[in-house]
Design a protein around this ligand. Sequence first.
Ligand SMILES: Nc1nc2c(ncn2[C@@H]2O[C@H](COP(=O)(O)OP(=O)(O)OP(=O)(O)O)[C@@H](O)[C@H]2O)c(=O)[nH]1
Ligand SMILES: [Mg+2]
Length: 368
Amino acid sequence: MLNTTSKTNLVVIGGFLGSGKTTSILNIARYLVSQGKQIGIVTNDQGSQLVDTQFLAQAGLSVLEVTGGCFCCNFDQFAEKLNQLATSQMPDYILAEPVGSCTDLIATIFKPLQTKYTQQFTLSPLSILADPKRVKKLMMEPETSPFPDEINYLFRKQLEEADVIVLNKIDLLSEIEIEAIHSFLKNTFKGIAVITTSAKNNVGIAEWAEIVTSRHASLNPSLEIDYKTYATAEAYLGWLNSSGLLEASVPVDINALVYELLENLKAQLQVSHYEIAHLKIYGIAESDWVKASITSVTDAVDFNRRMAQPANHVKLIINARIHIEPEILKPLVEEELAAIAAKNDMDVKDLRTECFKPGKPVPKYRIA
Ligand SMILES: Nc1nc2c(ncn2[C@@H]2O[C@H](COP(=O)(O)OP(=O)(O)OP(=O)(O)O)[C@@H](O)[C@H]2O)c(=O)[nH]1
Ligand SMILES: [Mg+2]
């Protein structure tokens, strides 16, 4: 592992929406903790009320968040959070998860950090996760992509600047499929290391952690990227962060409620051909919690955890990143939430929803 005596090592784990960044960060953090290391985490989103922050904090990890825009557009806030973690927790490693629609990280994060914070941080290799179904549909068979070309472009650019491409979710593939996608990535991104993991099943995590903790970022040449296309890709996504309290006089099976809400939203989106990039719900009742996600209209609901008991007071946080206009997304989610609450004789209180398209990416610094 790297010398950690004076500087904090920054490990950035990027990749498209829903590729498994947060799941991986949790498992890498647990692995490094088991090796006696101190860990801090920085999450990031275009809005606030984040499922990921709640999920990681529940695991007892020190998590700070950069909200209201990506690390590159909020570089000073990002650097401030890194410094805050470095001085308060003195972690050996800070794991940072950029927004899943963000790219050009070498030019806008790595090089500015290297230039301005040489004394404080050592940069570990940049890992970019890839969900195999996205590699297949957005790159190998682009005629089947559920997204516009600009999103396919963004997906490719994310992988292009990696030091390590992490082909995740291999538990969903046969050996032959793993080999085919792995070879495709190796041939397409010559010179970039490609490893395979199942973050969900903790497979390949220790090997990956060893790579990011024993090497430095290569600081490859900055991407050649067309910011107009990048901005168009991001603007295709409707972004919704919502939170509210659900209350009933008798306990309700919240796992079933979350499942049905996700299934109902999926069905509505599927009918109108709106692809889900990532739709996730976190529910907390006293000390118990549930988290479930969907990463495509063709995927099943995936639970990270279920509540042990029914509950009659629950706070729900809903985060959706979907190829849809925000004006359609907001009423859709609010109406489905109201319907599921009514079906379970629950009142919805303090509902706060932000729904928007990400703004044009305007990095604070860009070092070519
Ligand atoms: N089958 C399978 N599912 C996985 C794996 N890794 C992550 N997932 C699931 O994929 C979904 C998305 O995972 P996250 O870790 O939240 O993905 P993310 O990249 O952080 O998503 P955003 O922050 O929204 O960009 C969740 O339902 C995870 O349980 C994996 O290795 N195998
Ligand atoms: Mg995440």
